[in-house]
Design a protein around this ligand. Sequence first.
Ligand code: SF4
Ligand code: SF4
Ligand code: FES
Length: 227
Amino acid sequence: MGKNKISVYIMGKEHRVPEGLTIMKALEYAGYRLIRGCGCRAGFCGACATIYRKKGDYKLYTALACQTTAENGMYLTQLPFIPANKSEYDLEKIRAGPNTILSIYPEVARCVACNTCTKACPQDIQVMDYIQAVKRGDITRAADLSFNCLQCGLCTARCPAEIKQYHVAQLARRLHGRYLAIKSEPLSKRISELEEGCFENEIDEMIELKPEDLRKRYFEREIKVSE
Ligand code: SF4
Ligand code: SF4
Ligand code: FES
């Protein structure tokens, strides 16, 4: 924690917080208890999507509160979650055709290619490009481009066409995984072995291990790549 202090404004009130804190820690240092809008604290879960302003700057900025350093003069708030309707579908009853996603999320056709979603994404994902891939019916490309999505919802919050990009991308990845990805024979074999209980003893042994021994075993493991 830095010795110097900076000013941040939360709900319009000035708070002096140590320099170098993340937005999330600055909010907590100022006395706010985050019950929603806070999860892994490590940039993985997407729960801490936040919107902020800077002094003298009219723009609204988007970020993950646990991954962004608070700056002097920031106006902060924290979103409990970003609402976005999710369509219902049964993955086993739909097929991966060029119009499948459009039939479930027809609003994708409203995309005006403004690229606001891409600019809002804290993961630097080409969000507009995966939406365009969905419009073209290219599920695999959409799944690939959206692979690092954290489901934070910031793209959705900023979209003028009210498209729920991250739900659309999740469906693309599900369809790709279920119907289009090349099947891995070694993986199928290993899943069958697990289902048959072939590794019960090894799993029981690992459950009993102390975390440090489990970690040691993880890093010392040998990965055999089949020819
Ligand atoms: S913000 Fe919405 S309308 Fe604009 S490019 Fe992204 S998906 Fe399309
Ligand atoms: S694509 Fe959207 S939901 Fe996914 S990480 Fe980027 S902004 Fe967040
Ligand atoms: S709390 Fe999980 S990404 Fe920030």
